[in-house]
Design a protein around this ligand. Structure first.
Ligand SMILES: [Zn+2]
Ligand SMILES: [Zn+2]
Length: 384
């Protein structure tokens, strides 16, 4: 019983991922998945860094040199495009994707069951679940988001490999698709072309967008994005080629087998707590950036956009809840003007810089922040 049950449930995921590849691929591709989107639009780094106000249009960000040895120059299309207009007339019909609905339901039922198993888990297993949570989250925040979507700093090859492996543990679609979708989110925020358009309500922005067919404009705009920097990154492309295998290994097998093999935890607890529960928690923490941080909170930097400063999201998504700041200054590697405060991801990147594995972190100057606060803020800014 102890071995059979997790084996059966695990085999469900294996079947879905490996044996039904066409449909599963459809799931990933059509849902443009994953979560997270949080973070903002990019402005011209040159202009903003030197004191010129960033604004909607000027924002074709040119990053000189990306990711260490990869790409000497790349344009990051993550700046809001105010020239886009939603098509008039009736919206396309909402088409449910039942496979995704079932998979998400099964995952969350398993996660809820995992909650009840927490008292049965040994302390090392709970600590391991926390480690897996943090690794998964960093693979998204420091990796797919701040490095690959926004190019806010440069990372050495070892760090990029580490972040790619961690990203597979988070299973939020491969880095390439995640970054593409995130750039579309910044460029067309709160419109039909935004994958998780928050103007369609909390549920849609949180998870609903993964359960229905994409709006045609999301697909169209995503195809037109400039993504040469991602194509040129061998780590990104390698992860994409071997994504299904890496997810099976990092998101399911490793979290489950480590507690069982090293300290004798039952496979049952290992499967439901550090694996399914941890996976669902990271997903929801990421989704909250798209939902809660686009609806609730202050807008001290730009009251004209939806993204907000949300402390709860900042805490759960290890530093990604300063969302009004992030959408206003998307090229800032810290996604906040407050440095390490509630921002584990920034601590991690700084530590990588200390070790010599990362460098060239982009920041917004104090004077630019102050200028922006006065010009477009809602007056709620606090200085610390
Ligand atoms: Zn956002
Ligand atoms: Zn972002």
């Amino acid at each position: 019983m102890c071995v059979a049950a997790p084996t059966i449930t695990l085999s469900f995921w294996v079947t879905v991922i490996l044996r039904q590849t066409p449909t599963w691929t459809l799931f990933l591709k059509q849902q443009t998945y994953i979560f997270y989107s949080p973070f903002f639009e990019h402005q011209s780094s040159e202009a903003t860094m030197t004191g010129t106000e960033p604004f909607a249009k000027q924002q074709q960000q040119q990053h000189t040199s990306v990711n260490g040895d990869v790409c000497s120059e790349a344009a990051v299309e993550d700046v809001f495009d105010n020239t886009y207009k939603e098509k008039e007339g009736p919206k396309p019909p909402r088409i449910l994707v039942w496979r995704n609905i079932i998979l998400m339901s099964v995952l969350h039922l398993g996660a809820v069951y995992g909650l009840f198993l927490i008292p049965a888990a040994s302390p090392p297993t709970l600590l391991w679940a926390l480690v897996c949570f943090l690794l998964s989250a960093l693979g998204v925040t420091a990796g797919a988001h701040r490095l690959w979507s926004h190019r806010t700093y440069k990372a050495s090859l070892p760090l990029r490999i580490f972040l790619a492996v961690s990203n597979s543990m988070a299973f939020q679609n491969d880095i390439f698709e995640w970054a593409r979708d995130h750039r579309v989110h910044h460029k067309y925020s709160e419109t039909d072309a935004d994958p998780h358009n928050a103007s369609r309500g909390f549920f849609f922005a949180h998870v609903g967008w993964l359960l229905v067919r994409k709006h045609p404009d999301v697909i169209e705009k995503g195809r037109k994005l400039e993504l040469s920097d991602l194509f040129a990154d061998k780590v990104v492309m390698f992860q994409r080629r071997h994504y299904k295998l890496s997810v099976l290994l990092m998101c399911f097998f490793v979290p489950m087998f480590v507690p069982w093999y090293f300290w004798g935890e039952s496979l049952w607890v290992s499967y439901f707590v550090p694996t399914l529960l941890r996976y669902a928690l990271v997903l929801n923490a990421s989704w909250l950036v798209n939902s809660a941080a686009h609806m609730w909170g202050n807008r001290p930097y730009d009251k004209n956009i939806n993204p907000r400063e949300n402390i709860f999201v900042t805490f759960s998504a290890i530093g990604e809840g300063f969302h009004n700041y992030h959408h206003t200054f998307p090229y800032d590697y810290a996604t906040s003007e407050y440095g390490w405060k509630l921002n584990l991801t920034t601590c991690f990147i700084d530590f990588m810089c200390f070790l010599g594995l990362a460098k060239d972190c982009k920041r917004v100057s104090r004077e630019v922040v102050l200028s922006r606060l006065q010009r477009t803020g809602d007056g709620s800014h606090r200085s610390g």
